[in-house]
Design a protein around this ligand. Sequence first.
Ligand code: NAD
Length: 297
Amino acid sequence: MANTDRVIGFIGLGQMGGPMATNIVKGGYKLICYDQAGTAALMPEGATACGSVAEVVKGADTIFMSLPNGAIMESVATEIANVDSARASLIVDLSTVGPDAARSAAKRLALKQIGFGDAPVSGGRAGAIKASISLMFSGDKAIYDDHLDVFKSFAANPFHVGDEPGHGQTVKMLNNFLSATNMAATSEAVAFGVGQGLDMKLILDVVNVSSGANSASLDKFVNRVLPETYDAGFFAELLNKDVQLYITNVRAAGTPSDVGEAVATVWQAGVDSFEPKTDFTNIYKFIRDRRGKNKKA
Ligand code: NAD
């Protein structure tokens, strides 16, 4: 089958799924999609709305999913496995769910002869809109090669990171731990500098051409914190889910976790204080306002 003859399904059209689905349509693919929050309002122009997960499974060859967490992803995978006379032969999960959920969904789908690719993405909503995100696929290399053109329609940097489901999640978790660490550490550093009477823009100008530059100082602080828009397009509870998945897996593996434990504690405390669906860049205000908490006499 020529690759653009393949019907693509997409389940979960949120902050990441919406723009990724849009870029698949722009890539020339026929796309059918579903989101439980209301498909018609969320789907890209040129796509076809389905009324259920089952309808996607009966109409698409390959299905992408971009869902909030492992419990939801596993429940949708079970729904897919329970559909009789499925057309779909491959599910590619773009969500961040941790290795256990990826392995368990892969097993469940294999019982119905449906393949599974564990393929989390990174680069944020802005990257998803520009199709500049990275994709970390683990699963059958032949399937990866066969789908490379559709991956490239929405992700400029695809990687085949392993043959077994779970390895994509491992790379993604360690990446998001680094991103969350950058955000928490930069918040502490900037709060300290501002507290000493320095201007935030000046601090960022200096750091961003010096050795402290990182993904938070270069991007999130300049574009979302400094202008006080706090709109990176990633809910704090979702990043915290990733950090907690990371630390849980590190504890089980027994590799060092001193920094990880501290970062996981800060993000959990921040999210406990936030309303649901608060953008993760608000962690700066949370950390800034803890000023004095650790002050020594
Ligand atoms: P989101 O909450 O904006 O989107 C999730 C979508 O899934 C929502 O539209 C929701 O209605 C839909 N959904 C939930 N349950 C469903 C079900 N049972 N059936 C159909 N649809 C259902 O979240 P997001 O920010 O788009 O993140 C999606 C995934 O991508 C998460 O796993 C997240 O960790 C990961 N991720 C997010 C970012 C980011 O910057 N936002 C970056 C990389 C990875």
